[in-house]
Every structure is written in C-alpha cells, then in structure tokens.
Design a protein around this ligand. Sequence first.
Ligand code: NAP
Length: 214
Amino acid sequence: MNILVIGANGKIGQKIVNKIHSNSPHDAIAMVREESQRDQFEKKGIKTVIGDLEKDFSHAYEGNNAIVFTAGSGGHTGDDKTKTIDQQGAIKAIDLAVQHKYIRFMMVSAFGADFQPPEWPKNMAAYYNAKSAADDYLQQTGLNYTIFKPGMLTDEEAKGKVDFGERTDERTGSIPRWDVADVIVKSLDAENTYKKSLELLSGPYQVDEAIEKV
Ligand code: NAP
C-alpha cells in the first residue's frame, strides 16, 4: 500500500512514517504543513507532500491508497481549532479516502472518546466530542478502518506490551507513543482489525499477540 500519513511531523506521525518505511512492505508518504518539515523524511528516501487540513489537501491523495490520520490541533489551541482539525479535518480526510477508493484507513482517536459522562471536565469536552464525531463518521463509511484510542501518551521508550481491553470507569492508563506507532503499523495488514475501534493502553500482551486476539 502507499500510505498517506496525515500529521506526519507529529510525535506519533514521525514514528509511524519511519516504521512503515523501515519495518513494513508498504510505502509511507508523509503529509506535512511546512517545507522545512520535508527534509527529515526525504533524506531517508521517504516521499513527502505539503498539505493543510484547513485548506484543500485533495492533491495529497493522488497515487496513494491507504491513510493513517494522526493529526490533532494539540492542547495549546482553543475549542474552535479542535473542531476544525480533529473533527472537520478528519471528516474531510475520510470523505477524500472514500472518493479515492482507499483500501485502508487508520485513525488515531483518544481513549474514552465515545464515553460521554456528564461530568467530563469542560476543557476536555470539545476534544472528546470532536474525536468521537470523526470516529462515528468513519464508522458509517464502507472503508476498512481501524480506530485506535490510546490512553495518555508518553515519550517513554517502547514497552512492547499493550492491551486492547474495553473502557470501564476503573480502566484508565497511558501508553508510550512508540508502542502506539508499532501497533498501528503492525495492524495495517491485520484483516481481523478491520472495522474495529480499539481502546489502547500499555498492558500484558506482546503487540503481535494483542493484534492476533482482536
Ligand atoms: P502532535 O505531536 O501534536 O502531532 C499532531 C500533528 O498534527 C502535528 O504534526 C501537526 O502539524 C499536525 N497538524 C495540526 N494541524 C494540522 C493541519 N491543519 N493540517 C495538517 N496537519 C496538522 O500529536 P501526537 O502526540 O503525535 O498525537 C497524535 C494524536 O493522538 C492526536 O490526534 C492527539 O489528539 C491524539 N491523542 C493524544 C493523547 C495525549 O495524551 N496527548 C492521547 C490520546 C490521543 P505540525 O507538526 O506542523 O504542527
């Protein structure tokens, strides 16, 4: 597959692009916003394309047939940007994948995004609403999607051990970004993960074992 990675310059995005390039039979195409972000990939022989979710980025889809969406507006922006990027940007990316008949769609969402307790902290409600609206939209398509909902992301080294258990009030936790990237790249060809939404935390299972159990 030729996999367009949206959010490629991000902390998870960079790891995913590099893992697809070095540890998979597929090609990664890194979609970045700035010219200055291209060199880190191109010097390794990885193709890049400039694209911005707030503009027309349809050109980025040409010649590709799969997508990893790991863009996000980040915690430093207001609710308006969260909606524009995490929800509307994701929905545009989904529509374009449908139009271009993409064969795979990997979405990075957030742990508990579809769990809507009235007591959500106000500053998180817009974020979870945006993530869950994009996830719901993706689930209505015929795409071979997998939605990954990681817990709190850390910059620790990979633990290599994860769990895709159901969300419960008691079950919360974190996961290194390295492990999220590994799970996503290893799930690309796992047909048993098609049309699944997976809560993703560090846990007791080796990544391959966890994917096999889905
Ligand atoms: P990150 O480092 O902030 O990466 C986000 C990427 O999105 C950046 O590369 C950014 O581009 C890109 N982006 C922002 N606006 C864009 C636009 N208009 N057009 C195109 N790209 C745009 O985030 P991360 O740590 O890798 O996290 C990835 C995902 O995980 C996010 O969706 C986040 O919401 C989700 N998540 C986070 C947590 C957590 O604990 N933080 C937990 C669960 C899920 P630039 O590099 O140019 O700024």
